[in-house]
Design a protein around this ligand. Structure first.
Ligand code: PLP
Length: 388
């Protein structure tokens, strides 16, 4: 029995997978069991932010594995303290909670928002509703599926968690109409990733923040996909000139070890008290060691300028391809609109030709490692042109 047959015999079939057994990665390329090499413009969905097995990152994780790999949260670890302090310095948030995934970080954000209102306005106020936006994606747990603003995800698993309302993305009057005294938070993605790589309008964001501040409604930014340098600033919120009360991170922030982080500002950073939240693996030393290596590198002098420059370079090169209608997104989070071609078919062709890319709705989506080189961009784009 080969690896794929063995895998399919035992692992639930929840994913559509390419017939590729990834065996090894180096830099921005991965190779399969058969030795075939692939340039990776997907980074394991924006997660391998420093590519495969970056030396500093791998050293940090291996060193930690030989020291202490797990402790439970009954004890302290230096690596969690160091990672938290570094994240605080880079993001400006003093308080955070560590979990293991994007969905878990968002669950934490939702609990903070509801408890903030419970503590301040009391149980009888029933101020627990959270507004999310159409076309959003917030995760696969029951509550984050309920938060997700796409009906295609609201099936099979009834009953869903109550207390989520949907407002139309970039439509400020719809948001105003949906806000009443039962709303405790509005949850947004600055660039909707799974929804098709669509950035929010700056004017919409400004007004949303103004209304929420006026009504003591918390703003939650789901930066699971956009965070940790992906859009050219450490947080996408920096480009919009706003600071959400809560920001969630996951995917790229620890370079490929599982982590989910919920950052909270001075208004709500003390809301979760002893016994109100927890996670066995949360703040795991291996994840914190990987995270510290990533955040140190991504926040080092000039790194994010390079991310912006490479994002511009991608756009320029992609615009030269006749089948490309346009490119959406920010930094190295790119959504390619194609002229009359199916994104999933092109994705399959790229795979055959040795390039890993993603789709988001009807677009091709690129989330390359943040340290990709110009030569690798050129080679990958040539494969994409050929595949188109
Ligand atoms: C914006 C956003 N939020 C949440 C999630 C869920 O993250 P995870 O799969 O780590 O639970 C994703 C995953 O794609 C995402 O893009």
């Amino acid at each position: 029995m080969n690896t794929i047959e063995k895998f399919n015999e035992h692992v639930m079939g929840t994913y559509g997978r390419y017939p590729l057994v990834l065996e090894k990665g180096e830099g921005r390329s991965a190779s399969g069991e058969d030795g075939k090499l692939y340039i990776d413009f997907g980074s394991g969905i924006g997660t391998n932010s420093l590519g495969y097995c970056d030396e500093d990152w791998a050293d940090a994780v291996c060193r930690q594995a030989r020291a202490v790999q797990h402790t439970s949260n009954y004890y302290y670890t230096k690596v969690q303290a160091d990672f938290a302090a570094k994240l605080s310095e880079v993001t400006g948030y003093d308080k955070m909670f560590f979990g293991n995934s994007g969905a878990e970080a968002n669950e934490c954000a939702i609990k903070i928002a509801r408890k903030y209102s419970f503590d301040k306005y009391g149980k009888d106020a029933k101020r627990y509703n959270i507004i999310t936006l159409t076309n959003s994606f917030h995760g696969r747990t029951l509550t984050t599926l309920s938060a997700t603003g796409q009906d295609v995800f609201h099936n099979y698993f009834f009953p869903f968690t109550e207390g989520f309302l949907n407002a139309e993305t970039n439509n400020i009057s719809d948001l105003r109409n949906k806000i009443d005294n039962t709303v405790c938070a509005v949850m947004i993605e600055f660039v909707q990733g799974e929804g098709g790589v669509n950035p929010l309008d700056k004017a919409y964001v400004d007004e949303l923040f103004r209304i929420c501040a006026e009504k003591d409604i918390l703003v939650i930014a789901d930066e699971v996909q956009t965070g940790a340098g992906r859009t050219g600033t450490f947080l996408a919120s920096e480009q919009f000139g706003v600071k959400p009360n809560i920001t969630t991170l996951a995917k790229g922030v620890a370079g490929g070890v599982p982590v989910g982080i919920c950052l909270a500002d001075e208004k709500c950073g003390e809301v979760l008290t002893k016994g109100t939240h927890g996670s066995t693996f949360g703040g795991n030393p291996l994840a914190c060691a990987g995270g510290l290596a990533v955040v140190t590198k991504v926040s080092s002098e000039g790194f994010l300028d390079e991310v912006c420059a490479k994002g511009e370079y991608f756009r320029k090169k992609l615009a030269e391809i006749p089948d490309v209608e346009g490119v959406d997104g920010l930094g190295l989070m790119l959504g390619i609109r194609l002229k009359g071609k199916s994104a999933s078919e092109v994705c399959g062709k790229c795979f055959e030709n040795g390039l890993l890319v993603l789709t988001a709705k009807d677009k091709l989506r690129l989330l390359p490692p943040l340290n990709i080189t110009y030569d690798e961009i050129d080679t990958g784009i040539e494969i994409l042109r050929r595949s188109l």
